[in-house]
Design a protein around this ligand. Structure first.
Ligand code: NAI
Ligand code: AKG
Length: 529
C-alpha cells in the first residue's frame, strides 16, 4: 500500500504509517499541481492538510486511490464530489484542532479589544507611544457567535469566563443545547443588531457564503468588531473593507481569506484596525500532533480493511452499531444483487424496508450495501459504499427507505423491492438466523422460501405438478451440477410454485436452455450472489 503524505503532518503520524506492514510512505511537501499528478499515479491513500488541492484531475490520475485523509476539519481543498463518484473515501479529523482554533479566535478577540499587535510593532520600530493603543474591555460586552459547533462552543465558554454575554445563531442547533450552555439562541438579525463582537464558526457552503455582507453589516452596531477564523468567504471581504474604512466596523481579526495566500497588495494589510494571521487556527504543537496521528490511524484502518472513521462521504459506524448492523451489511449486498438479477434492466425505484432492531439504528450503511449489491453487476468492481448512491441517481433510480414497526415474523428482516417503469414489483427479503447467525433468503417475489444467501441460485417459477423436483434434479445432475440446498413454495396445490435451488457450480448454457424450455417452467433465472 502506497501512501502519499502531500502536506506536512506530525512526524508521529508519518511514523505510524511507516510502521504498518506492507506500507510504503512517500513524503512530498509543497509539490506543484503537475508534480502531484505524477506522484498520485500509483498511490492508495493521500494525506493532506489544506495546501495540496485534491482536484477531480488528481483523483482521475490516481486509479488505485482508496482514501484521502485531511489532517484537519475543512475538506474544501478536496473535490469531494469527484472522490465520491470514483468511490474514494474522504475523511477528516473533526475535533483534533478545536481547542487550537478556539484559542486563536479568542486571541483575535482580545487583539480586537486591545491593539497588542499594533503596539508591539510600534515598540519594535523603536517608539514609546502610550496614546495610540488604548482599547476597550470584554467584560459585559455582547459576543455573537454564528455557528455554535465544536469551535463556536469552546469560544463561548472562554467568552463567558471573561464575563461576556453570549448570543448564538445556529439554525441546526437544538435550542436546549444552547440553553444548557447558558447561551441565548437568537435569529441572525438579532445577533447582528445586539453584538459588540461577532465571530463566525461554520463551514463555507452555498448558505454561508457572504452571510456577512453589506446588508448584514448595515444591521450591526457602529464600531462592531468582526472575526473570522473559520473560512474565507463567510464574510464578504469587499463589504468588510468598506465598513472598516467607514468606521462602521471598529476592528477585525482574520485568519482565513477568500483567496489564500492573501494577496501581497491586499488592502487588509494596510488597515490599522485589522489583525491578520495566515490561516494559523490549527497551528499548535498539540493540534498538529493530534490530527496527524488521528489521520494516520484512520488511513491505516481503511487500507488494512478495518473501520471507516470520520468519513465525510460515507456513513461511519461506531463499535456498538457495527455489532448490530455488521452482519446485515453483507445480507443487504446479497439482497440487492439478487433483486437486480430477477428484475428488468431498467427500474424506477429501489425500496428498502427494515423491520426489527435495525429500525432504531442508523441503517444508512445497510442501505448503501443494498445499493452497492444492486449495482455490482451493472457497474462492476468500481461500485462501493461511497459512490453507490451517486451511480444509482445517475441511472435515474430513486431510493426509498422504510422503517417498519409492524410484525414481519422475524426478529430482523430486510426487504428489497425493485419497481419497474410499468409498476411491476420484484422483491426479495432476508434475515440472519440459526446458531451461526447465517444470512438466509426468506422470500422471493412474495413467496416464502428458505436458502442460504450465498453462491449460485436457480430461481424458478413453475406449474405445481408432480415430478418437477425430480426433473430439475435430473437435468442438473446430467449437467454435472450438484444441488446444495433447495426450497419450494406454493400458494395453492396445482397453481404456480416457486423453486429456489442453490447449486455448487454454474449450470451450462445447454442445461439452462433445457430448463427454460421445459413446458412447466414459466420463468427461470440464474442468480449469482
Ligand atoms: N482557521 C483554521 O485553521 C481552522 C478553521 N476551521 C474551520 O472552522 C469551522 C468550524 O469548525 P467546527 O466548529 O469544527 O465545525 P462544526 O461542524 O462543529 O460546527 C459548525 C457549526 O456551524 C453550524 N452551521 C452550519 N450552517 C450554518 C448556517 N447557515 N448558519 C449558522 N450556523 C451554521 C452547524 O450547525 C454547526 O453547529 C469550519 O469551517 C472549519 O473548517 C477549523 C479548524 C481550523
Ligand atoms: O491544516 C490546517 O492548518 C488548516 C486547518 C483548517 O482550516 C481546518 O481544519 O479546517
Amino acid at each position: 500500500m502506497k501512501v502519499l503524505v502531500a502536506d506536512k503532518i506530525s512526524p508521529k503520524g508519518v511514523a505510524y504509517l511507516r510502521q504498518q506492514p506492507g506500507f510504503e510512505v512517500i513524503e512530498a511537501y509543497g509539490s506543484s499541481p503537475e508534480k502531484v499528478l505524477e506522484l498520485v499515479k500509483d498511490v492508495h491513500a493521500i494525506a493532506v492538510r489544506s495546501e495540496t488541492k485534491i482536484t477531480a484531475k488528481v483523483i482521475a490520475a490516481a486509479p488505485l486511490l482508496k482514501v484521502v485523509g485531511r489532517a484537519g476539519v475543512g475538506v474544501d481543498n478536496v473535490d469531494v464530489d469527484a472522490a465520491t463518484e470514483r468511490g474514494v473515501i474522504v475523511m477528516n479529523t473533526p475535533s483534533g484542532n478545536t481547542i487550537a482554533t478556539a484559542e486563536l479566535t479568542f486571541t483575535h478577540l482580545l487583539c480586537g479589544a486591545r491593539p497588542v499587535p499594533q503596539a508591539a510593532a510600534s515598540m519594535r520600530a523603536g517608539n514609546w507611544d502610550r496614546k495610540s493603543f488604548s482599547g476597550i474591555e470584554l467584560l459585559r460586552k455582547t459576543l455573537g457567535i454564528v455557528g455554535l459547533g465544536r469551535i463556536g462552543s469552546e469560544v463561548a465558554k472562554r467568552a463567558q469566563a471573561f464575563g461576556m454575554r453570549v448570543l448564538a445563531y445556529d439554525p441546526y442547533l437544538a435550542p436546549s443545547r444552547a440553553k444548557a450552555m447558558q447561551i441565548e439562541s437568537v435569529t441572525l438579525d438579532e445577533l447582528l443588531q445586539q453584538s459588540d463582537y461577532i465571530t463566525v464558526h461554520m463551514p463555507l457552503t452555498d448558505d454561508t457564503k457572504y452571510m456577512i455582507d453589506e446588508a448584514a453589516l448595515e444591521k450591526c452596531k457602529k464600531g462592531v468588531r468582526i472575526f473570522n477564523c473559520a473560512r474565507g468567504g463567510i464574510i464578504k471581504e469587499t463589504a468588510l473593507l468598506a465598513a472598516l474604512k467607514s468606521g462602521k466596523v471598529g476592528a477585525a481579526g482574520l485568519d482565513v481569506y477568500e483567496d489564500e495566500p492573501l494577496a501581497k497588495d491586499s488592502e487588509f494589510r494596510s488597515l490599522p484596525n485589522v489583525v491578520l494571521t495566515p490561516h494559523l487556527g490549527a497551528s499548535t504543537a498539540e493540534a498538529q500532533e493530534s490530527v496527524g496521528i488521528e489521520i494516520a490511524e484512520q488511513i491505516a484502518d481503511v487500507l488494512n480493511g478495518g473501520v471507516i472513521r470520520n468519513a465525510v462521504n460515507v456513513p461511519s459506524l461506531d463499535a456498538n452499531t457495527v455489532k448490530v448492523l455488521g452482519p446485515y451489511i453483507d445480507l443487504g449486498t446479497k439482497l440487492g444483487t439478487l433483486v437486480q438479477q430477477i428484475s428488468p434492466a431498467q427500474i424506477d425505484l429501489l425500496k428498502i424496508t427494515y423491520w426489527g432492531k435495525i429500525v432504531d439504528l442508523d441503517a444508512n450503511a445497510i442501505t448503501r450495501s443494498v445499493q452497492r449489491g444492486y449495482l455490482r453487476r451493472i457497474s462492476g468492481e468500481e461500485v462501493n459504499f461511497v459512490n453507490a448512491p451517486v451511480l444509482l441517481e445517475r441511472l435515474g433510480v430513486k431510493v426509498e427507505v422504510v422503517k417498519s414497526t409492524g410484525d414481519s415474523g422475524y426478529s430482523e428482516l430486510i426487504q428489497v423491492e425493485a419497481v419497474g417503469p410499468d409498476g411491476a414489483i420484484y422483491r426479495a427479503s432476508g434475515t440472519r438466523m440459526g446458531k451461526q447467525n447465517q444470512a438466509r433468503i426468506v422470500s422471493v417475489n412474495g413467496r416464502e422460501v428458505e436458502v442460504a444467501a450465498e453462491g449460485k441460485l436457480l430461481v424458478l417459477e413453475n406449474l405445481d405438478q408432480p415430478g418437477m423436483v425430480g426433473e430439475i434434479g435430473t437435468i442438473l445432475g446430467q449437467d454435472g451440477v450438484n444441488i446444495a440446498d433447495m426450497s419450494l413454495s406454493r400458494l395453492i396445490p396445482g397453481g404456480t410454485a416457486y423453486m429456489v435451488v442453490r447449486v455448487d457450480t454454474e449450470p451450462s448454457d445447454n442445461a439452462r436452455k433445457i430448463i427454460k424450455g421445459h413446458p412447466a417452467i414459466k420463468q427461470a433465472k440464474f442468480v449469482q450472489l
